[in-house]
Design a protein around this ligand. Structure first.
Ligand code: SAM
Length: 474
């Protein structure tokens, strides 16, 4: 019965909006994860009809042993749609089996009502937006080069072309240098390249923050990832830094911290020191962390931008995420994190990002952050568009800002429309930092120190591309 309780625990957390399906499943012990995930996802697919059947059969009213709706859902799922309840005989199993006849007839009634000829027709369908998002993989430059990656995939039968046109087509991304896009149906979780850390499964938009932060690849570099687990952006930062300098990765949650460590080790990150602490408790005057010049802040958010086949299953119940109380609480926390980052004396660049589509967590937070004492005394402002993916078309919402001009400095991704999940990125810089880094980029004295950026104006980009290939492949 433990297996069912594990699944119920996941469903309870999803009801309490404690994370996405993927995120919550990640906290299930690895040995049970696959089986629990299958039951949770199948139960969610049939949740509507199963709830109706349970209600009509009055299972919860008549059986006190069935202590919650989610317990009833997983057990009735297996009874009606799978191979039966996979547990030894006991009072809970007996409590459900006593109602088998009634549950079966209510299920048949529900099927007839819907005109469904098969059980599959009762399942909730996929989010169609997910089909327009390619399967992105980031080539982990810490381990190998893009050139080798391209050769490897071509040797496996993939051909360069539009990734949405055929399962065997793939292409290099137009905005992120290390990113490849494959057909949405492509699966890499069991691929030796993934298992060895040579490729990282990461959505395109999720690659924007590290790319925009553009930390230096220097032995004396000090960078902070303030909210790191599971660690995709941390390993991206590490790759951009060419495993040089020091990258402190904070994660306050113990379980997620353990995942972070596993991911970083898999990605061969040797310049990262993972710290199981709350970033807000880290003193900016600490001699170790206080030297940080770049901070990546990707704090907990509503996750409302995430489109995937699974999370769509929650949408029917939770409808639009318009729980403003919850969003306001998240926004207050997000603002606190930015303010704290701004107290670090050496910090020059702070990227603030979310996978939310709500202005409350995005433009509003940025707008408030710019007015704080930390921003004014620290001399922080938004970096100009030329530093923040200038060739990306979708920018911030002007009407949600005090100064509409600032919208151009912000990056937004619209789920489904931009071949990515929904996302938001901003870059705070101190004083004339972005002018300074622009000058530095122009000079390009030390090509290995600057992160490849295909986002430069066209003429510069041509010249840079040559250098990029060189820097990447040597
Ligand atoms: N950047 C991560 C990545 O790309 O893999 C995802 C980060 S996730 C959106 C936010 C993470 O920040 C969660 O793991 C959460 O536990 C952690 N977190 C939230 N508040 C924190 C704090 N005050 N200090 C450190 N970690 C925090």
């Amino acid at each position: 019965m433990n297996f069912y309780f594990e699944a119920v625990n996941v469903l309870d957390k999803l009801d309490a909006k404690k994370g996405s399906i993927k995120g919550v499943l990640a906290s299930v012990p690895e040995k049970n994860r696959k089986r629990t995930a299958a039951l949770v996802i199948e139960t969610l697919k049939y949740k509507q009809v199963l709830s109706e059947v349970i209600e009509a059969a009055q299972l919860l009213k008549q059986e006190k042993k069935i202590t919650s709706r989610n317990l009833a859902l997983v057990l009735v799922h297996d009874l009606l749609l799978s191979r039966g309840i996979q547990a030894g005989d006991g009072p809970i199993k007996q409590a459900v089996l006593r109602h088998k006849t009634r549950l079966t007839s209510e299920f048949t009634r529900a099927k007839l009502k819907r005109g469904a000829k098969s059980n599959e027709e009762l399942a909730q369908t996929d989010d169609s937006r997910a089909a327009s998002i390619p399967r992105y993989i980031r080539v982990n430059r810490t381990c190998w080069t893009m050139k080798d990656a391209l050769k490897t995939f071509q040797a496996q039968g993939y051909e360069l072309g539009d990734p949405l046109s055929s399962p065997k087509s793939f292409k290099q991304d137009d905005h992120i240098p290390d990113l490849l896009a494959f057909h949405p149906s492509a699966r890499f979780v069991d691929d030796p390249l993934y298992l060895s850390g040579k490729i990282i499964l990461q959505d395109k938009a999720s690659c924007f923050p590290a790319h925009i932060l553009a930390p230096p690849a220097r032995d004396n570099a000090v960078v902070i990832d303030a909210t790191a687990a599971p660690g995709n952006k941390t390993s991206h930062l590490c790759a951009i830094m060419q495993n040089k300098g020091k990258l402190y990765a904070f994660e306050r949650d113990r379980k997620r911290f353990s995942t972070l460590k596993t991911m970083l080790s898999k990605a061969h990150c040797t310049n990262v020191e993972a710290v199981n602490s709350d970033f807000l408790t880290i003193s900016s005057s600490d001699p170790k962390f206080g030297r940080a010049t770049h901070i990546l802040l990707d704090p907990s958010c509503s996750g409302s931008g995430i489109v995937n086949r699974m999370d769509h299953l929650l949408a029917a119940e939770q409808e639009e995420d318009d729980d403003s109380d919850r969003l306001n609480k998240l926004a207050a926390f997000q603002l606190k994190m930015i303010r704290h980052a701004m107290t670090f004396p050496s910090v020059q660049r702070i990227v603030y990002s979310t996978c939310s589509v709500h202005a409350i967590e995005n433009e509003h937070v940025v707008r408030q952050a710019l007015k704080t004492e930390e921003a004014t005394t620290g001399g922080f402002r938004l970096a100009r568009r030329n530093q923040v993916l200038p060739n990306w078309h979708r920018r911030g919402f002007p009407e949600k800002l005090d100064d509409p001009v600032n919208a151009d400095a912000l990056v937004r991704c619209s789920p489904g429309e931009d071949a990515t999940n929904g996302f938001f990125v901003s870059l705070f810089v101190r004083g004339d930092e972005d002018d300074a880094s622009e000058r530095a980029m122009k000079k390009r004295k030390e090509p290995a120190e600057a992160h490849d950026s295909p986002e430069q104006p066209a003429t510069k980009r041509k010249k840079k591309k040559k250098k990029t290939v060189k820097a990447t492949e040597t």
